[in-house]
Design a protein around this ligand. Structure first.
Ligand code: IPM
Ligand code: MG
Length: 362
């Protein structure tokens, strides 16, 4: 097949991990007789430097004309960078939110699986892990607290700032359906996470999810409050198959998922709109501290590319080949710094990528 892939390397380790995934996709194209065209555009700090905008219109246009988007990571250091002083809507992260909204990428799938080879990298006790962790967080990505009305105002207590969590029935319905469909294709258990004991938006969320559930009698639905869900992920992660939740809760829970599978450097994601179009990015950030040192784990981005092959390009066999290659490399002892045990040899980004490519074969 012929596919056009927009590549947004972004900032710091972003270009290193996207380069790795592009090499893997090139290898897949060669091995299976496809043609992938890669076209590059700036995003995040890089785009602010080049175009004065974290998500320029030209970058969005390139993405709209593509079959899928591969994104590295955007953002600068956590504090003390020149981008901190920019107004909120021009911060690098605002670019990411903009592309999600502009392209209608409402469903964010974040599969978290503990590879048996990485058992030692998992911080949880053996009895807790049992025969493994394998869940997907389905996060609503273009609504909720991230996109509600916000602002500043003067109050008797001085300046105040506010953000608003709003969810409409139709927004909840469409993400709930993705949750149910995903669960249907797996072990058939869906956990909806909210804060319905406190938040009105969560009470609507829960009512809508329950209504949609009637269409999916084959899926077992349960509800958890987000605080309890966070605790349950650490205490008993095996109870989870698919988690469906709102934007903010999904952001937080997916980092916990990264921690319990050994490293957020192993966590891929797909952000999907209606239809096959999608944006694929690792869940981890731009990691300025290790940028340019050949130290980043490229596997989350490579696994994101596998998700692209499956969801957007309709190439499930090729997706399995990439995922199988990653597993084989882990079995062969491939470890970047984030997943290495003390004393284990640490591989660089380059070596890890070469090993995956060698496993896929030409
Ligand atoms: C993520 C990230 C982003 C988010 C940031 C970089 C805006 O943390 O994709 O999880 O909060 O959605
Ligand atoms: Mg996050």
């Amino acid at each position: 097949m012929n596919a056009k892939i927009a590549v947004l390397p972004g900032d710091y380790i972003g270009p290193e991990v996207t380069a790795a995934a592009v090499e893997v996709l090139d290898c897949v194209a060669h091995r299976y007789g496809h043609t992938f065209h890669f076209e590059y555009a700036p995003a995040g700090c890089t785009a602010i430097e080049e175009k004065g905008d974290p998500m320029p219109e030209s970058t969005l246009a390139l993405c709209r004309a593509a079959d899928a988007v591969l994104l590295g990571a955007v953002g600068g250091p956590v504090s003390g960078s020149k981008w901190d002083e920019l107004p909120g809507h021009l911060r690098p992260e605002a670019g990411l939110l903009r592309i999600r909204a502009e392209l209608g990428l409402f469903a964010n799938l974040r599969p978290a699986r503990l590879y048996p080879q990485l058992r030692e990298a998992c911080p949880l006790h053996e009895q807790v892990v049992g025969d493994g962790i394998d869940m997907i967080v389905v996060r609503e990505l273009v609504g909720g607290l991230y996109f509600g009305p916000r602002g500043r105002k003067q109050t008797s207590g001085g300046e105040a700032a506010y953000d608003t969590m709003i969810y409409s029935q139709s927004e909840v319905e469409r993400i709930a359906r993705v949750g149910f469909e995903t669960a249907r294709g797996r072990r058939g258990i869906l956990t909806s996470v909210d804060k319905a004991n406190v938040l009105e938006s969560s009470r609507l969320w829960r009512a809508v999810v329950e209504r949609v559930a009637r269409e999916y009698p084959d899926v077992t639905l349960n509800h958890l409050y987000v605080d309890n869900a966070a605790m349950q992920m650490a205490l008993n992660p095996r109870q989870f198959d698919v988690i469906v939740t709102g934007n903010l809760f999904g952001d937080i829970l997916s980092d916990i998922a990264g921690a319990i599978i050994g490293s957020i450097g192993m966590l891929p994601s797909a952000s999907l709109s209606e239809g096959t179009f999608g944006l694929y990015e690792p869940v981890h950030g731009s990691a300025p501290d290790i940028a340019g040192k050949d130290a980043a784990n490229p596997l989350a981005t490579i696994l994101s590319a596998a998700m692209m092959l499956r969801h957007s390009l309709g190439l499930p066999e090729e997706a399995l080949a990439v995922e199988g290659a990653v597993e084989a490399v882990l079995r062969d002892g491939g470890r970047t710094g984030d997943i290495a045990r003390p004393g284990e040899a640490v591989w660089g980004t380059r070596r890890m990528t070469d090993a995956v490519i060698a496993r896929i074969g030409k």
